[in-house]
Design a protein around this ligand. Structure first.
Ligand SMILES: *Cc1c(COP(=O)(O)O)cnc(C)c1O
Length: 435
């Protein structure tokens, strides 16, 4: 697979180069030169395959020229070692649970696969790979746990002090080994600015082999296609084949992967993009005017993105044609009040605790069903994180019903270690040099 830049269609780089660069010099996004179709027999018989088998089939269709079969198979089995079940709530409504990985969020799919791909391409004796990542909560945990113990790599995570939940903080600070965490006295934007400055700093780049782990990396996008195919397989086993996926969206990487799956041959009836008050994409799809805005804070804070970085990719997938996108993708946005009411309604109707991001996706399925009363497809909303990561949002009577998964129980036994820094670049730079 060769990749071009959305800013320069004549550029060609290898998959390996795209993975280590994350972003082309011209600040576009890498896209596959051709999007290969999965074999029709495979799609027709999807119900016969397990998640790792599906993952391998997709990955090998894309990457067979870059990673030999046996290595790719081992890589997939190591990366995709948890379930993504589709849970039935009623005849028309299902929830795709993507939170059964180590950090309890869907980002585990991307982070685990990417870390293993990077480790695979690092040759013995090569310089240590230094991954710098700024997090508002979820990305850091997935990246930390994805890279934990991966040879020849070191991860430095910057998180805004006091602004992540307890579970999120413990996921960042209790790992040890090749993972270190820094609490920055500032906001997520300050953390991100520090990482950006580090990437632009000649002295740091002269000494370290720096790489980012952000959601635009092509190696995070690819594994997110796996669970769409796998969800479809599970529904097909129940005789259901007309499917709408509702995706809680921030940077639009998750839904971007769904649309890539569609382009590779997955028969999806429609996608629903669900956002919080950060509604840049819903507004664009409605009006044709793309107007990025500073992000506003909401209960669904992993979706507080005013300028979704993966949107360019989706436009590229559909040749910049908003009308084509509008035929396939419906978009809705919701307020915090609506989100909280939805959490309560989902609990009352289905005895199910949904995290705020998940609740927004459910709201979008409801809005879609109201607007399309004759559409008899099943609605699958994606649950992107476990509710226990966002405890402050829930009313007490629902909060007490949240069952703590094993991944969280064990966190409390671990020693927390992190450094604290101000938001000035010089302190961060000295830290990197001295530690
Ligand atoms: C990152 C995240 C999202 C948004 O996903 P995108 O790929 O950025 O659209 C939604 N929900 C949760 C819980 C997340 O962590």
């Amino acid at each position: 697979m060769k990749l071009y830049s959305t800013n320069n269609p004549s550029l060609r780089v290898s998959f390996q180069e795209a993975v280590f660069n994350s972003m082309p010099q011209d600040k576009g996004l890498y896209m596959p030169e051709v999007i290969p179709q999965l074999e029709k027999e495979f799609i027709d018989q999807l119900e016969q395959y397990s998640l790792p088998e599906i993952a391998y089939q997709i990955a090998s269709t894309l990457l067979k020229d870059e990673i030999p079969e046996a290595d790719l198979k081992a890589l997939i089995d190591d990366a995709v070692n948890f379930e993504a079940p589709v849970v039935k709530l009623n005849e028309q409504t299902f929830v795709l649970e993507l939170f059964h990985g180590p950090s309890l969020a869907f980002k585990d799919f991307g982070a685990r696969f990417m870390s293993r791909v990077m480790a695979y391409f690092l040759k013995d004796g090569e310089q240590l790979l230094d991954v710098l990542v700024a997090t508002s909560g979820d990305t850091g945990g997935a990246v930390a746990l994805g890279f934990l113990g991966v040879p020849n790599t070191r991860v430095t995570i910057l998180f805004p002090k006091g602004k992540v939940s307890e579970v999120q903080r413990l996921q960042l600070t209790t790992n040890g080994k090749n993972i270190r965490a820094i609490a920055v006295d500032g906001t997520f934007d300050d953390c991100q600015a520090l990482v950006k400055q580090a990437f632009a700093d000649d002295e740091l780049n002269g000494k370290f082999r720096l790489t980012s782990a952000n959601s635009i990396n092509i190696a995070r996008l690819i594994p997110q296609t796996f669970y769409y195919f796998n969800a479809y397989a599970q529904l097909k086993r129940q005789g259901l084949e007309k499917v709408v996926f509702a995706v809680p969206s921030g940077n639009f990487g998750n839904i971007g992967a769904g649309l890539l799956a569609y382009k590779m041959g997955l028969p999806v009836h429609r996608f629903i993009a669900a956002t919080n008050a950060n509604d840049t994409v819903p507004r664009f799809l409605e009006t044709g005017i793309y107007e990025a805005k500073p992000s506003v804070q909401t209960y669904a804070n992993a979706m507080d993105v005013g300028a979704p970085s993966n949107w360019v990719r989706i436009m590229d997938l559909f040749n910049q044609d908003r009308d084509t996108i509008n035929q396939l993708v419906k978009a809705y946005h919701f307020t915090d009040e609506e989100t909280l009411a939805a959490i309560k309604e989902i609990f009352e109707r289905f005895n199910y605790v949904a995290c705020p991001h998940t609740a927004i996706a459910w709201l979008a399925t409801k809005a879609y069903a109201t607007e399309n009363p004759t559409d008899d497809s099943v609605k699958v909303f994606l649950s992107t994180a476990h509710a226990c990561k966002f405890p402050e949002v829930f009313p007490p009577e629902i909060k007490e019903k949240i069952e703590l998964p094993e991944q969280v129980k064990s966190l409390n036994n671990n020693l927390e270690v992190y450094d604290e820094l101000g938001k000035d670049f010089e302190s961060f730079k000295s830290y990197l040099f001295d530690k």
